[in-house]
Design a protein around this ligand. Structure first.
Ligand code: THU
Length: 176
């Protein structure tokens, strides 16, 4: 038996409840060669960063490359720690470095590649939830969308035109 507050909100003649459907759009590319040349070049930088990740515990290496409006490219990779939660994902390492180094620049694209040292990763690897929240902060800050391209070691690449496609119903500073 549900408490009364649930019975009230679920009753069939409840005229207040409305359903809300949230949709996200993604582009799917069969392989990295299908991407525009500039994004392929950025992916090469993400792969180079990925291979330098410090991931002795998970054996899972992630690299991110960010293209900025000032033409700079910033890269980052995951940095693990013997105290596991003290480590940081590639995406946050890269975006915090970009924010610290070029605070006035806008981030245009984020390109991500992930590779396991234990098995082949052929499916696209999207950023984790904590990274999505960190990334969307910069989209709100700069007032323009950031495109995200993500892949595994090989295979399909997915693209979202905005972090909001990865994180609907964002928590952002307008509520504070
Ligand atoms: N990792 C990232 O770098 N980015 C993500 O979005 C997901 C996970 C890292 C964290 C950790 O070092 C390893 O991958 C396994 O979770």
């Amino acid at each position: 038996m549900l408490p009364e507050r649930f019975l009230l909100s679920f009753s069939s003649n409840n005229i207040y409840m409305k359903s809300l459907k949230v949709t996200s759009n993604f582009e799917v590319y069969e392989a990295v060669e299908e991407l525009p040349q500039a994004i392929q070049d950025l992916m090469k930088k993400a792969v180079m960063a990925r291979d330098k990740a410090y991931a002795p515990y998970s054996q899972f290496k992630v690299g991110a490359a960010l293209a900025l409006s000032n033409t700079k490219v910033v890269t980052g990779n995951n940095q693990e720690n013997a105290s596991y939660p003290s480590g940081l994902c590639a995406e946050r390492t890269a975006i915090y470095y970009a924010g610290a180094t070029y605070p006035e620049a806008q981030i245009q694209n984020i390109v991500i590649s992930a590779k396991s040292m234990k098995h082949k990763v052929e499916a696209p690897v999207p950023p984790c939830g904590a990274c999505r929240q960190a990334l969307v902060e910069y989209e709100v800050k700069q007032k323009t969308e950031i495109a995200v391209y993500f892949m595994g070691e090989s295979g399909k690449v997915m693209k979202a035109n905005s972090i909001k496609d990865l994180l609907p119903l964002i928590f952002e500073n307008s509520v504070l």
